[in-house]
Design a binder for this molecule. Structure first.
Ligand SMILES: Cc1cc2nc3c(=O)[nH]c(=O)nc-3n(C[C@H](O)[C@H](O)[C@H](O)COP(=O)(O)OP(=O)(O)OC[C@H]3O[C@@H](n4cnc5c(N)ncnc54)[C@H](O)[C@@H]3O)c2cc1C
Length: 291
């Protein structure tokens, strides 16, 4: 089996899981590495994905990873420690000193939300504090919401939210002292000057940045915010490396599970075509007639 070229997928969120599924079904040998810190792990359920609307992200990924194992995909839970270009593609370092040689790599490591330091925000993130009206606007329709302005674009977010509720107030993050309400819910936003604003939820416009610099280490060109630059097929400037999901979607491109999945599929198909064209190692069926 080991003469079959390996594709390594960094990250097993919607993007990486879909890429791995498409590649496995195209008879590639696939290793997925994921440290289980997917972006929407804080939410009880996510929305906007047909047939999976209002599904717990953990359930979605559990099912996706089960499907991968059925095709023989190896899933390693832990970080990709390092990745560097090599003669045959990329040398990927995992934990416990394990190193693998990959003919192709798909970087699907996502982004992180840089929340402002407001008391009560971190523990409410994904429960009563959100970022995206398309994800959580419906659940707060006609209810009072507050937009917290911690990055450019807060005004646009407030205007958008007006499609779900007329009761939208915007405040600067620096002016907010705390979020208050029982458990992980919100009843009021408290300002430093003592004023309070009633709210059923807050929507935070905060900086968002790519999670890892693995693409940079592989020599891929990034934009000035660290997003991986790709063509429409997910190809990066390194011919062995593709990128998929939030990590290649610089603002104002939307971040959605269904779009990340579509990106993963697009990148996998492009990688497969490159391997058929001889630009990468060929997948197993063409090498050995196996499977
Ligand atoms: C609060 C909140 C609510 C949201 N709600 C919705 C919603 O309702 N509907 C919707 O469509 N979208 C929603 N989103 C957006 C959605 O979460 C993202 O668009 C989606 O998760 C992107 O998928 P991805 O695969 O690109 O990245 P992720 O899901 O973030 O997956 C990236 C994976 O890479 C792994 N990883 C990162 N670095 C490394 C490393 N060095 N080594 C190994 N593994 C690594 C992580 O463990 C992670 O599993 C929400 C986002 C937030 C923050």
């Amino acid at each position: 089996m080991h003469d079959i070229p390996l594709t390594v997928v960094f990250g097993a969120g919607a993007a990486g899981s879909t890429a791995a599924l498409v590649l496995a079904r195209a008879r590639h040998r696939v290793l997925v590495v994921d440290d289980r810190t997917y972006r929407n792990r804080v939410v009880a359920e996510f929305h906007g994905f047909p047939t999976r609307d209002a599904t717990a992200p953990a359930r979605f990924l559990h099912d996706a990873h089960d499907e991968l194992r059925r095709y023989g995909v190896e899933i390693v839970h832990g970080p990709v420690v390092d990745a560097v270009p090599s003669d045959t593609g990329a040398r990927v370092v995992l934990t416990h000193g394990r190193t693998v040689e990959a003919a192709g790599v798909i970087v699907a490591t996502g982004v992180r939300d840089e929340l402002p330091p407001i008391a009560g925000l971190a523990e409410r993130w994904g429960r009563s504090a959100f970022n995206c009206p398309f994800c959580d606007g419906w659940e707060h329709r006609d209810r009072p919401v507050v937009v917290i302005d911690a990055a450019p674009g807060a005004d646009e977010l407030a205007v958008l939210l007006g499609s779900w509720t007329r009761h939208v107030r915007t405040v600067r993050a620096d002016d907010v002292s705390s979020l208050q309400g029982p458990g992980r819910s919100i009843e009021r936003v408290v300002l430093h000057d003592g004023r309070t604003i009633p709210a059923a939820a807050v929507f935070v416009k905060a900086p968002v940045s790519p999670r890892s610099d693995l693409a940079r280490r592989l020599g891929c060109v990034l934009d000035h915010d660290g997003y991986v630059l790709t063509d429409s097929q997910g190809r990066t400037s390194n011919r062995h490396v593709w990128a998929a999901g939030d990590v290649r979607r610089s603002p104002p491109q939307p971040h959605q599970v269904v779009l990340a999945a579509a990106d993963g599929s697009t990148a996998a198909i492009s990688l497969h075509k490159a391997s058929v064209a001889g630009d990468l190692g060929t997948p197993c069926g063409m090498v050995e007639g196996l499977r």
